[in-house]
Design a protein around this ligand. Structure first.
Ligand SMILES: CCCC/C=C/CC(=O)SCCNC(=O)CCNC(=O)[C@H](O)C(C)(C)COP(=O)(O)OP(=O)(O)OC[C@H]1O[C@@H](n2cnc3c(N)ncnc32)[C@H](O)[C@@H]1OP(=O)(O)O
Length: 319
């Protein structure tokens, strides 16, 4: 990391200052001050751990949603999602993820990142549907901006990133996994962009990401049908790179990052940047428009009705 001379521009809009103000506003609004402190005092927080710098990121008074550890020896960070029941991505959770991503990106001790889940059988259920149902419009827009930020940070990361997909990974969960460099998945789960099945539409940057991952023809079918693929189907399509038994998912991701680390970092990073920059720049240039489109779409009566029915069907199924 110390030798990197050129980095992807992570976030020209909003500017760094605006981003800091955005974080400050969120921390004040949602009691995330511990997270900011944690983020600042990354190393000092856990002096008792010898090999691991452990940062338990938790919002004040609530359970731990995101555990981030960095292995001193290998420089591989693990970000473990733990937001019961299904790791759905709400504004606060996304904010914590973004803060952690920013911290890891700027850490000279970190060269790789694995994203995984602590919730049995679930990687990530995608966006928290309750953020989109009967929303407060200001929060809804902030929510979408924060999701855009996560994608920009993760897809544009200079780190070697791997998703250790140890459970179901629909919609936003699939976006998160596809934003990584490598995906290892356990058998017997589903992954895909199922938005149309909910009566909603994956925005252009979700679409670009899946096209970049598995080509146009397969993507246009998958996106229109909202297909959730089995692990095996996803492997055949190139949506995931390897399937291993559940208990080997993490170890396989670690081994894969070690393999990638043998490639000269500067050459790998410039190559990654060149390949991914056009998609990231496209989102940057249309960011405000995309937020407005999302707001206008989600707040339509017909979409609210459809989301309400989907939430009911999930609740019925859960009983
Ligand atoms: C322009 C608009 C573009 C918007 C883009 C959106 C992208 C998205 O990410 S939309 C979200 C799409 N996600 C889904 O469709 C996933 C829905 N969930 C499931 O399919 C299943 O829950 C699961 C496969 C993830 C897990 O199944 P499991 O049987 O283990 O758990 P359940 O009993 O179904 O659920 C437990 C509990 O969790 C609630 N829940 C599930 N998913 C979500 C979610 N995405 N957001 C909020 N809450 C969720 C579910 O209602 C249950 O709650 P209760 O126990 O309170 O009934």
């Amino acid at each position: 990391m110390g030798q990197v001379q050129s980095r992807l521009t992570i976030s020209p809009t909003p500017t760094k200052l605006a981003w800091m103000m955005h974080l400050r506003m969120l921390t004040t609004m949602h009691g995330l001050c511990e997270v900011r402190q944690c983020s600042k005092r990354w190393k000092n927080l856990c002096p008792q751990t010898k090999n691991l710098q452990k940062c338990q990121m938790s919002s004040a008074g609530s359970s731990e949603m995101l555990q981030v550890t960095v292995d001193d020896k290998s420089g591989i960070a693990t970000m473990t999602m733990c937001r019961p029941p299904v790791n759905s991505l709400n504004l606060e959770f996304l904010t914590q993820i973004n803060i952690a991503l920013e911290k890891l990106e700027n850490s000279k001790d970190c060269s790789g990142l694995i994203i995984t889940s602590k919730i049995p059988k679930i990687f990530c259920a995608g966006l928290d549907i309750m953020e989109m149902y009967q929303p407060n419009v200001d929060r809804l827009q902030e929510f979408w901006r924060t999701l855009q930020e996560m994608y920009i940070r993760l897809y544009g990361s200079q780190l070697i990133t791997a998703a250790a997909i140890n459970g179901a990974s629909p919609a936003g969960g699939c976006l998160m996994a596809m934003s990584c460099d490598y995906r290892v998945m356990a058998p017997g789960y589903k992954i895909g962009l199922n938005e149309t099945q909910l009566g909603i539409v994956a925005p252009f940057w979700f679409q670009d990401l899946i096209i970049n991952t598995m080509g146009f023809r397969q993507s246009e079918m998958a996106l229109q049908l909202g297909t959730l693929f089995t692990s095996e189907e996803a492997l055949n399509l190139g949506m995931v790179d390897k399937i291993v038994p559940q208990e080997q998912v993490m170890e396989t991701a670690i081994q894969e990052i070690h393999k990638w680390k043998k490639i000269p970092g500067f050459a790998r990073q410039i190559t990654k940047s060149a390949l991914r920059k056009p998609s990231i720049d496209k989102l940057h240039s249309k960011r405000e428009e995309d937020i407005a489109n999302f707001r206008d779409f989600i707040t339509k009566d017909s979409i609210q009705k459809t989301l309400g029915m989907y939430i009911e069907s999930l609740k019925k199924k859960a009983k």
